[in-house]
Design a protein around this ligand. Sequence first.
Ligand SMILES: Nc1ncnc2c1ncn2[C@@H]1O[C@H](COP(=O)(O)OP(=O)(O)O)[C@@H](O)[C@H]1O
Ligand SMILES: [Mg+2]
Length: 529
Amino acid sequence: MVMKKIIIGFSLGIMIFLAAFISNLVFSFFEAVNSAISGETGHILGFFGIFIVLLIIQAAIAYSILQKKGVAEEVLASGKDNVATSKFAKQSEFKDFLGTDGLPISQKFRLSEKKSFEHYLLCGSTGSGKSASFFIPSLLQLPAHASVVVTDPKGELYMKTAQHALNQGKNVIAFSPFKSKTMKYNPLALCRNASEVRELAQVLLANGNAAIEQMTGTKAGGSEWTNMATPLLVAFMLFVYELDAPENTVAKALELITENDLETLKLLIEDSTPEAQQQMNIFLQSAESEKTASSIKTVLATSLQMFTDPLIQDITSLNEIDPKMLREQPTHLYVMVPEHKSAFMSPLMSPFYSQLMNHLLETGKGCPIYFLMDEFANVGVIPNIDIILAICRSRDMSISLGIQSINQLKQRYNEAANTILDNLKTKAFLPGLSYDSAEYASKLLGFKEIKNVSTSFSQKKDNSYSVSAQKRELLTPDEVRRLPDETILIISDNRNGFMDKQQRYYKDKRLLALASQEITVEEMLGEDE
Ligand SMILES: Nc1ncnc2c1ncn2[C@@H]1O[C@H](COP(=O)(O)OP(=O)(O)O)[C@@H](O)[C@H]1O
Ligand SMILES: [Mg+2]
């Protein structure tokens, strides 16, 4: 501050000196040419005129310098003497994010369609309101021209929202592997070329291993064995890929591998495509002996054991899932894998979502697509989900992930978890979170300034007070955990946090009426298999 005063004083001094000097010069000039201007008043007027002109020039220079300092200065100017600047936002600060046709996040916070394409994270433990305040309201409120793919482990979403979708004129379908009338899904039939077949083989093996580890608590194959097994699986998936349905399945490839000896396998591949032969050669380089080959076959049989289950063989024997139809006609696709089957099913479910997303990225415009994925961490690992999230906003696709904790996501995706989190531009947190998630939310919220008054007592009468600025978290992790029931903390993009009431569907007359037109799952999809 003192420095500023000195600079102002100094520049004023220079200007006065310059003005006097120039006006003197001008005056002598006019006197020399016998001008009419003369005398004392003329001198003073001339001096002030020139002083004002200089003042204007100096202001213009100062203004342009400040302009160049730009945004950073502007941001700091609002709080440069504060130790922290975070606070809660008002609804009006989100005008450019909110709308009437995107994801309904809370009572006062509904995203616009455009902002919904920048994706959403909903973090809440069981019973905190994810289904009642987000998944059900979304299915009831997303516009009639939108398609939705939704995970529905309990079938509750189908029961409460399928009838409304039908009334809107939408197509309602379900992938419900454990019900008799499910649609069938053959991942191999959805591959469009050899490299997609190879990717599929890798996803199947990676998730197969993880599933075995999760279900048995023991380490499966190990990555070295899995790496050796991959080309063999790819070779035979390419082999059956050329066959007609129902032979073109993962189960058929696995059966061929496990039921034939090495010599027969070599002979079979000789009639197949060059890509298949190439993969077989890669395999043979690492597994010349029958003994190694048989160990590798065991690894495959273990990792892909779900494909030996007759029910899985049946639902993967044919493909009725056509991603294009989601673009062509507004559709609700309910994906119903019960929670206790999710580990077992993850080798199939991760290619399911990954193929849908990848196909839809390339189908161009049509209906916007909303993926509403509750219990995202149970789906298995979707390869490249971080990249998919980054590119699909320009393809009218919105992905919402429901998770129970941030750690759950990190355990599944390791380093990619951070990129995933960065690409979900709107994040919301519900009451009762685990410490890691509450801490994550608290850090995103930042710090606010508090005034600390301290008093010191002296023996004489005059006690002295001093006020100092300190910072504290806007909400500490435990305050995030202790959010009142039915509230929601929303943190979107580059804005301050926003606190609101959840929009529970059963407390909203209109939504409750829509949800009450219940269809029973059994009626539509048949009994359990
Ligand atoms: N129709 C309803 N009427 C009254 N309470 C409900 C209703 N549906 C859900 N709830 C309550 O709302 C809370 C949140 O449920 P839910 O949204 O299913 O949790 P989450 O999906 O996060 O596990 C639960 O405590 C549940 O008892
Ligand atoms: Mg739920």
